[in-house]
Design a binder for this molecule. Structure first.
Ligand code: 6GU
Length: 234
């Protein structure tokens, strides 16, 4: 899988070299290109923003650098001529979910466009949609200063699903938000020691009764979901 990230803060993506995603890059399971949007500016100040038509607070990202950036990235062909997908993080997007992570993990190439300020001139997405699939997505109902942190989160959610990335793929099966998991949050987990600061581990987990353990975990997952995320229950 090939990932291209366009941003005015390439340094944000240094941490992609760490941990599981970094290992996936080293092993050639994923190829990541981080590109400075200012490379596609032509003025002395390398301007990427301007005032909004119609007035209002803040600045809008100018379309020209984005248009040239996407033109150039599209010149670099994707293996098997697969059509790339453009992902634009924005608090006004559709909600990014684990389902999207699974869908996008099956793509050959994703291009992430990180907006800053009050967003990117809407014609960039309109024009790009004539050449590739475009998805504007939000992580949740809160506002970040730009798309960079959202892209880090989405890249991690996607790359960990690629075949061969996780040491133990069984951990994908039981986790919260896993498909076929009845939309339940994960049950609480414990490890040694058996007593810690006066707190014990639930008896049933020490019992060796696999059926009882499974029943207890299911009940815990249901109770957690009811109290923390009732919206996930039907
Ligand atoms: Cl995807 N972008 C920004 N700027 N803020 C957000 C977000 C995305 N998701 C939640 N807040």
């Amino acid at each position: 899988m090939r990932l291209d990230i366009v941003t005015i803060f390439p340094e944000y993506f240094g941490p992609l070299q760490l941990s599981l995603v970094g290992k996936a890059i080293q092993r050639g399971l994923v190829d990541v290109g981080v590109h400075d949007l200012r490379r596609w500016t032509h003025d002395r100040h390398r301007t990427v923003d301007d005032t909004p038509y119609g007035g209002g607070a803040g600045m809008v990202m100018k379309p020209e650098p984005w248009g040239e950036a996407l033109d150039e990235l599209l010149l670099d062909p994707t293996p098997d001529q697969a059509e790339p997908m453009l992902i634009v993080p924005t608090p006004s997007g559709e909600r990014f979910t684990q389902e999207y992570a699974h869908e996008w993990a099956a793509e050959k190439r994703l291009i992430f466009a990180c907006g800053r300020y009050e967003g990117i001139d809407a014609r960039v997405m309109e024009h790009a949609a004539s050449r590739m699939r475009v998805r504007e997505v939000s992580l949740g109902d809160y506002v970040l200063n730009g798309g960079e942190v959202a892209v880090l989160a989405m890249v991690e959610a996607i790359v960990r699903l690629l075949p061969g990335v996780l040491g133990n793929p069984a951990s994908l099966v039981e986790e919260s938000h896993a498909p076929g998991h009845d939309h339940l949050l994960e049950y609480p987990t414990y490890t040694k020691p058996e007593t810690w600061r006066g707190l014990g581990v639930p008896e049933v987990l020490l019992s060796g009764h696999h059926g009882e353990v499974a029943k207890w975990r299911r009940a815990q997952a249901e109770e957690r979901t009811r109290s923390r995320r009732p919206d996930l229950l039907g």
